[in-house]
Design a protein around this ligand. Structure first.
Ligand code: PMT
Length: 396
């Protein structure tokens, strides 16, 4: 996990240097020790004082500073780092790193470290697309540097194009993913479902539920951060697509079933946090249904029970959202669907269940063990669920 890790955040001379404050802030808040190294061009854009205030650590700008603040060995930071991330990375630093030039503190640190190095380029479109820059990035990739692709959008020139610093969530996600390599789910193939399926009534209307996808996405990200290879099968949500995860987008229960069946043969674990519609209109109208004063009666049929019917040699985890008789109802689903364990949501508890950032769950396994958890952020619930997955995997 990310807390107690040591990260070097290298900042170079780009207009996007100010965005590195958010990276430093999010990492520091997550319990990471962030050591900032700024090139002399970077400090033309933003003051080191800002990063000192955010990280609570001295900021390195020159060899001399490092000697006075840390240690006379200029590689001390490089040795202590679990990861080095350069964000934003200019064409200039990328060229120097590709050529292995020991020019300035940041280049020296990258040359001296054995930690994984991540590069988030930010520059003008033509500079980024230039064969020289692409060549340099290819060289770095071949040396196992992780390149976080830039985004398309408004650039410093005022034009639209490729070259904006990647979204901060993607940068943090990439850092988490790299730090999670070799975690307790390393090399495990985990399939997670999320969101509420949408069952069409006509071309513009559907039946769905209030699932936001937060619980499923938290599980997928937590599994990624523990080293797993994750497939996230998601019904429509408004959540950003997580990095480092194979995302499969579906709409209906039938599409989700197909996607789960495609992914399951390789899976070590299937976790179904999706709120799959239990019923769908027997037939979706081809044209938009007209309003009539007499009202409308819809004929509905059952959707396929994905979890109940899927077969294979993997750990099977279900969720159950219950408004009464939590444990009995969840136990019944555990048995019916032949699950290894079920995560029962008490949706009557405040701030728990659909759409919330927190969840209050009880984990019930097939041997009858019951684990009542307090109200926790969904990411923490996800890690508790994955702790149980690790236990089950060790027994299988
Ligand atoms: O998305 P969020 O806003 O974060 O909310 C999270 C959640 C409340 C949706 C989630 O934590 C949760 O509880 N999901 C399961 C919802 C539910 O009520 O499921 P169920 O009791 O209808 O089904 C039990 C299990 O069978 C579930 O794992 C479900 O994915 C699965 N199922 C259900 C119906 C169906 N046709 N096929 C299935 O596989």
């Amino acid at each position: 996990m990310i807390s107690n890790k040591t990260i070097i955040l290298g900042i170079t001379g780009s207009i996007a240097a100010y965005k590195a404050t958010e990276i430093a802030s999010q990492l520091t808040q997550a319990g990471v020790e962030v050591n900032v190294i700024m090139t002399k061009e970077a400090i033309e854009f933003i003051s080191p004082v800002t990063f000192r205030a955010i990280t609570g650590k001295p900021v390195v700008t020159e060899m001399f500073d490092l000697a006075s603040e840390f240690s006379i060995e200029h590689i001390s930071l490089a040795k202590a780092a679990d990861i080095v991330i350069i964000a934003p990375a200019t064409a200039n630093i990328i060229a120097k790193l590709a050529a292995g030039i020991a020019d300035g503190m940041l280049c020296c640190t990258v040359l001296a470290t054995k930690a994984p190095v991540l590069i988030a380029p930010a520059m003008e479109t033509n500079m980024y697309n230039n064969p020289a820059t692409q060549d340099n990035l290819s060289k770095l990739k071949a040396r196992n540097f992780v390149i976080i692709a830039p985004a398309t959008g408004r650039l410093a020139s005022g034009k639209e194009g490729l070259g904006r610093l990647a979204d901060i969530n993607d940068i943090i996600g990439s850092i988490r993913q790299v730090l999670g390599r070799g975690g307790d789910l390393a090399d495990k193939d985990i399939v997670v479902t999320a969101g509420g399926t949408q069952e069409p009534i006509d071309p513009v209307r559907y039946i769905s539920n209030r699932s936001s996808g937060k619980m499923g996405y938290a599980l997928a990200e937590a599994a990624r951060d523990r080293g797993a290879k994750v497939t996230l099968i998601t019904a429509p949500t408004s959540l950003p697509e997580p990095v480092g995860i194979n995302v499969v987008k579906v709409n209906t229960a039938q599409e989700m079933r197909q996607a789960v069946e495609n992914a399951a043969p390789q899976a070590d674990v299937l976790i179904m946090a999706a709120a799959v519609a239990d019923y769908r209109p027997t037939k979706a109208a081809k044209d938009k249904i007209k309003k009539v004063e007499a009202g409308l009666t819809l004929e509905m049929e059952c959707t396929p029970d994905i979890l109940g019917s899927i077969k294979g040699n993997f750990i099977k985890v279900g969720f159950a959202a219950e408004s009464s008789n939590l444990v009995e109802n969840a136990r019944e689903k555990l048995k019916q669907k032949r699950l290894d364990f079920i995560v029962a949501n008490d949706i009557t508890a405040s701030d728990s269940g659909f759409g919330t950032d927190t969840n209050q769950v009880t984990i019930i396994d097939h041997e009858g063990k019951i684990d009542d958890l307090p109200l926790l952020p969904k990411r923490e619930v996800a890690d508790k669920v994955l702790d149980r997955v690790v236990e089950f995997l060790s027994k299988s």
